[in-house]
Structure formats: structure tokens, C-alpha cells
Design a protein around this ligand. Structure first.
Ligand SMILES: Nc1ncnc2c1ncn2[C@@H]1O[C@H](COP(=O)(O)OP(=O)(O)O)[C@@H](O)[C@H]1O
Ligand SMILES: [Mg+2]
Length: 350
């Protein structure tokens, strides 16, 4: 598809909160802006309020307080069909007696466009979603991944100004999920439609997002590009939820040339913000610890797990556990005594 002609809309969420009838508070008041054409991923554990927020943008749920704007239109009181949104759910919900093309055409028939235009749009969507060969099939003759591609095509057929997706890959098996995740990432780059995408899977979020909003217990923990979220997590929750990470106990100690971070097995200049001398936890990614031939610090290998493209090694030093990743051609065994180094500038003070 050529550069899309779709008019992208920004979304503004202002002080939106949700407490359900039974008293469950799913969302604390939230402020969030989604730029026109941006792919924003809401990421967080089950029950943190992602779907509730998405459903309120869609108009399927009414906020307890606050306002939602799409473009410069306040849509808070509008029903879903008046908001110009397309919603893709976890379950595909295709019409079982309609073929692939009939399912896609269904979305277009709701709009008043000419027969010629409909046909052209159908061909475009079949090609875009790699469905041309499958156009005459019924949903039951398709794999889960193919069905979800049809569901997405059907939603795109309605020319939504906003695309909302709630865990659209969750029902698929691991291999298919990985495949469709990359397809979706490419699709979004072509579409330029403002998209809010919900997932609890951080790998999926990384692959798809322009920006990730990490949620926990009804609040936003952090918002940033995938890189910012991974490299500069602002809280221990974000550090631990996104990617693998070592959590290390440390003491902040005073020394002549400024404070020192003492990990027990290793000391380095303290770069955190707090001035207090205290016990703290810091974080370090597995890729920021490495084997060395030189004098590093000594560690004992407790476990070696082969993961195909690398080994994940569990080591122990000074009573602390360290998970590290090493190349799959490394000679390393349980019980080995090894020398390790850490990339000091990669220590995360969250
Ligand atoms: N209709 C409802 N009535 C009462 N509580 C609800 C309802 N829908 C969701 N919740 C609760 O609100 C919280 C957030 O739910 P949800 O937004 O579905 O989380 P997520 O999508 O992040 O898994 C959860 O505690 C959930 O049990
Ligand atoms: Mg959900």
C-alpha cells in the first residue's frame, strides 16, 4: 500500500479514572496523549487496567471521571460507532459462514462508498494482509494467525481514524505469535494510523511500539520509547517487568572521593541520586555482565542453560546471584570458577 491517505487523529486522555459498580478501582486518574499516527502500546501485568482504558477510548466503558478527546472532538459521551475507531479483540469473531472476502467486504458495506471503490479497497487489503490466496476460504479453513489477519483486514476496511487492539496475538501459539508480531510491526509502519495496542508481553511491546506506556495497578509507571523503557527504567517495577534483569543488594558508603556502591563482590563509584548512606537495590541486565580473562571478580557457576543462540548462566558471587548471557560457543560448566566484569555505566538505579 502507498503512503496511507487515512487522516490520523490524536487522542487526549484527561484525568480519566474508572471505578466499577462493585467498587473495584481499575484505573486511578490518568493523563495520556497519543500523537497522530503514533503506535502506543499499553504494557503491564494482567489486571493492571489496560483493557479498561482501551475500552473507555472505544466507548465500550464509561469513565468514572475525566474526558477523552479524539482530534479536537470530546467523545466522552459518544457511543462507540460515532468515534471513528476500529477495534481488534483477542478472539477473532469472524462470521463463520462468510468467506475471507465476504468478511472483509462486510466492514465496507457499513460505509457509503461505491462498488468500484469497494472492490479496489478489498484487493488492497487482501494484498496488505497476505490473504489474496485465501480469499475464498471460510474461517474454519484458516489457521489462527490467518483468521486474525482477516479480522484486522475487516477492521481496516472501515477506514478507522483510530485503531485499538486488545491482546490480538494472545490466542496464537508461540511461533505464529512471533511471526505475526513482526508482520504487525511492518503493517503499522505502512499504515500511519493512530494505534493503541494492549499487551502483557514485553517482547511484543518492544517490537511494535513507537512508545510504550507501562502500567501497574491502575497507574502509569513510565512512558517512553522501547529503548528508554529498557535502558532507563524509572522504577524497580519497570526494570523487572521489561526484560531480564539482575536485582542486586548494595550498600552506599561514603569515601574520600564521593560515595561508593558496594555490591559485596565489587565496588564502584555511586551514581544514584539519593545522598543518603543506605542499603539499596540496583539492577543490571544479563548482557552487562561478561566473562573476562583479566582480573575481574570471582564467581562460581551454578547452572548453565542452553538457549540455542546463547547460554544463560547462573553464577554466584559474595552471596549474590547473577544471571549472565554468554555466546553458545563458550566453554563453561556447572561448578566452574570464573572471572566476571560488569559494565559500570549500565548499573540501573531505579
Ligand atoms: N466489569 C467489571 N467489574 C468489576 N471489575 C472489573 C470489571 N472489568 C474489569 N474489572 C477489574 O478491573 C481491573 C482491571 O481490569 P482490566 O482492565 O481488564 O485489566 P488488564 O486488561 O490489564 O488485564 C481488574 O482488577 C479487573 O478484575
Ligand atoms: Mg485485558
Amino acid at each position: 500500500m502507498e503512503e496511507s491517505t487515512v487522516q490520523s487523529m490524536e487522542i487526549a486522555i484527561r484525568g480519566v479514572s474508572k471505578t466499577f459498580q462493585d467498587g473495584t478501582t481499575a484505573l486511578q486518574p490518568i493523563d495520556l496523549q497519543v500523537a497522530a499516527g503514533e503506535v502506543l502500546v499499553l504494557l503491564g501485568p494482567s489486571g493492571c487496567g489496560k483493557s479498561t482504558l482501551l475500552r473507555m477510548i472505544a466507548g465500550l466503558e464509561q469513565p468514572t471521571a475525566g474526558r477523552i478527546l479524539i482530534g479536537d472532538r470530546d467523545v466522552t459521551q459518544l457511543p462507540p460507532e460515532k468515534r471513528g475507531i476500529g477495534f481488534v479483540f483477542q478472539q477473532y469473531a469472524l462470521f463463520p459462514t462468510m468467506t475471507v472476502e465476504e468478511n472483509i467486504m462486510f466492514g465496507m458495506k457499513l460505509r457509503k462508498i461505491g462498488k468500484q471503490e469497494q472492490k479496489a479497497k478489498l484487493e488492497e487489503l487482501l494484498a496488505l494482509m497476505n490473504l489474496t490466496e485465501l480469499r475464498k476460504r471460510l474461517p474454519i479453513q484458516l489457521s489462527g494467525g490467518q483468521q486474525q489477519r482477516v479480522a484486522i483486514a475487516r477492521v481496516l476496511a472501515t477506514d478507522p481514524m483510530i485503531l485499538l487492539m486488545d491482546e490480538p496475538l494472545t490466542a496464537l501459539d508461540a511461533k505464529l505469535k512471533e511471526h505475526l508480531r513482526l508482520e504487525l510491526a511492518q503493517l503499522f509502519r505502512k499504515l500511519h494510523i493512530t494505534t493503541v495496542y494492549v499487551t502483557h508481553d514485553q517482547t511484543e511491546a518492544m517490537a511494535i511500539a513507537d512508545r510504550i506506556v507501562v502500567m501497574n495497578k491502575g497507574v502509569i509507571e513510565q512512558s517512553g520509547t522501547p529503548k528508554e523503557i529498557y535502558l532507563k527504567p524509572k522504577s524497580s517495577f519497570v526494570a523487572q517487568f521489561v526484560g531480564q534483569v539482575n536485582r542486586l543488594r548494595a550498600k552506599v558508603k561514603t569515601a574520600e572521593r564521593g560515595n561508593v556502591l558496594d555490591l559485596g563482590f565489587y565496588q564502584l563509584p555511586y551514581k544514584g541520586e539519593s545522598r543518603a548512606v543506605a542499603d539499596i537495590d540496583v539492577f543490571l541486565r544479563p548482557e552487562d555482565v561478561y566473562l573476562t580473562q583479566e582480573a575481574g571478580f570471582s564467581a562460581r557457576v551454578q547452572d548453565v542453560i542452553f538457549l540455542g543462540d546463547h547460554y544463560r548462566v547462573i553464577a554466584e558471587s559474595g552471596g549474590q546471584k547473577l544471571v549472565i548471557d554468554v555466546g553458545n560457543d563458550t566453554l563453561i560448566h556447572e561448578g566452574d570458577q570464573v572471572q566476571l566484569e560488569i559494565r559500570e555505566d549500565k548499573i540501573i538505579y531505579a
